[in-house]
Write a new protein. Sequence first.
Length: 629
Amino acid sequence: VYEAITEGNRTVPIEVWLYVLPQLIARIDSSKPLVNKLIHHLLIDIGQQHPQALIYPLIVASKSIVHDREFAANRVLNNMREHSHTLIHQALIISEELIRISVLWHEKWYKGLQVALEQYSTNRNISGMIETLEPLHATIEHGSTTVNERKFLDSYGNDLTQAHEYIRRFQQTRDQNELIQAWHLYYQVFTCIRTQLANITSLELEHISPRLTINCQNLELAVPGTYEPHKSSITIRNIQSSIKIITSKQRPRKISIKGSDGYEYVFLLKGHEDLRQDERVMQLFGLVNEFLLTNDETRRRNFTIQCYPVIPLAPNNGLLGWIAQCDTIHTLIKEHREKACIPFGIEYTYAREKAPHYDRLPLLNKVEIFQNVLNSFEGDDLAKILWHKSSNAEIWLNRRSNYIRSLAVMSMVGYILGLGDRHTSNLMLDRISGKIVHIDFGDCFEVAMIREKFPEKIPFRLTRMLCKAMEVTGIDGIFRMTCEYVMDVLRKNRDSLMAVLEAFVHDPLLSWRLLKNNNNNEQQSTTISKTSSHLPEQQHYQSHLSIINEEDNEHESTVGEKIQQQHNQESGQVIRAVEIMNRVREKLTGNDFHREQPIDTPTQVELLIQQATSHENLCQLYIGWCPFW
């Protein structure tokens, strides 16, 4: 079999494998020797002919904490060094420095101290707290290499070193007073960093990464996400000296790279976030676009999904192609209401006045309050935004049509994918075309429907405000027609979609996500229920100190228990993957509503629209999702 597959691979053009590079890299450390050998030789062949395509995903694998994976990736990298030494050297510098600037020392300590404080005070997990703090101390003990890092040490180095000494003494003596002394210092640093970060809105490249300023000009390396086979590579000329920080919870950076073609390529640089699932979702969207472009009806109406480059740099860092001229629905509504002097969260406030404990109400009472809110406010903000931002009726009509079509396309594709968490900060509106663009694909395969708190009941977002921005017939026009056309195309191409999605759910790098229970999505929303920082205030901190006199009774699992836990997790992943594929198959064959016979496409679309617009379903969503909108 191995010989037959090897021979078959020789007949496949090497460019074909570029479309499934993430899947090949995910299996680079396969436990099956022949599979491992096959992938190794295939990656070497790709590296010889298309090193620009392979270099970024291979570097990510080489940073893995799994030894076999790291070793396998470095074997391929070492082979590539024989013919692409300069390219690899440049890629390593770019990757390392972008990772460095994606999360500065201030942010590492801010997040680390936040986690450690939670472990220490709430969970009483002192050993976990120490495990969180040790890597942070190791980072500063290695010394600084940039102006920004030197300033950090000047400001906080002495306090952190002293706090670390208290922790070491505690480990030797188990004296709780040592912990108290350490946390007085840690909390002092913690509050100072919080204040400092709030005032930083931009960064100068020379202060945070002099190597990118000095060593990264006129490179051989292609601009991330631009490589295409049989075309001249657009290489990196330089990186813009000023980097903007986006004011959100994760504080991503807006970074601009000038290409050899003279154009600026703008990216969102993200830390603390695994982008590998987003990368796979973009693969799926690319395949769906091919199906839509090969169908006469959908091609004629220009039904496509807007895609953008996703380039992981490490397991928790990466680049996203910047979507130009787009704003989130959340931002647009906020700006519109400010100009119109309408309180931003007026629906939310009204609901709280009627029912202070809305989230705890029985379903019938929630529905009553929900309908009361809808009857009290127009909910036509988005419709007015589309009208006000159009210079004439022709442009408005074109934008509105694009808006409806793009919303319908992603509603159907998102349903098949099981895409959740579609709050107003995850939907963007293109200011020029009017198209809806989705971002953040962390919740796929209906994980949002099985979480413990506020499980979603809807297949896609189709709230009143989205419907009111449509034509006079609402959903019974372009929207419904588009949904039916797109679902029909997806059902006709179900075998290809199933193959891609099956590789997705069985991906060893992503399968752990299938079991995650997203209990904290409601807290992470950036919508109208925004809370202030999760950091405790001083009096809250003082109350935490009272619990440290209780012994840390945490007890480590035995080796046998850990092996059993791992086995149970792997079994759970396999079972969940089978469930997911069965569910996708039901959707693509019209069996998702469990009728006696498979339903046709129009009936399926009608039932989905009913689910998405049901007040019973919408009123159960967490407030931050903005179901009133």
